[in-house]
Ligand binder design. Sequence first.
Ligand SMILES: O=C(O)[C@@H](CO)OP(=O)(O)O
Length: 230
Amino acid sequence: MSKLVLIRHGQSEWNLSNQFTGWVDVNLSDKGVEEAKKAGRLIKEHGLKFDQAYTSVLKRAIKTLHFALEESDQLWIPETKTWRLNERHYGALQGLNKKATAEKYGDEQVHIWRRSYDVLPPAIDDNNEYSQAHDRRYSNLDPNIVPKAENLHVCLDRVMPFWEDHIAPDLLAGKNVIIAAHGNSLRALTKYIERISDEDIMDVEMKTGEPVVYTFDDKLNVTDKVKLDD
Ligand SMILES: O=C(O)[C@@H](CO)OP(=O)(O)O
């Protein structure tokens, strides 16, 4: 029996200012830092011990992981950062205010961009100030792989190779794993783990800083799911 803990990063500065974020590398807000530390205290209280940590290459998730591990005295465990756990790329919406975008394009269109499984947001131009086309951290990737916009389906398709190559083998080997990532990369993993339909995943939300604990049997079936809160 192995355990997998998913944590969405604590509140970010752009969660606070209500801006589409995606791959833009914004920091945690003060509240986000507190949420990450609280997640660590809950992990400690529940006696959860990890063998391996995974996170994205974005600082709001990396810092959340570190605060949570520090609070639970497990900062020493092996950790791997991967772009495959990044937030879903929000394309040309990155940097825009969500409320102002809804006023311009309508609530329904913005809801479709935010939560539909298959509709892509508009692609980002390489010259956009929030493009990652020239970001050094992605320079070792085939440029055709670096997205210019993603929906949840595309996001799930790029998360899955990492699940298959790293996370699932760890769990099958009996390791306990913690993943600190993002609202949509974690919704993608949740969809896979819980076999949620394309329609029903639209209503699944991840709270910032709330650890979700799965227990798996030796065939990788979920035998238990608990959300840690006070
Ligand atoms: O802006 C984003 O990248 C995400 C997560 O904060 O937003 P949404 O809630 O629309 O998925």
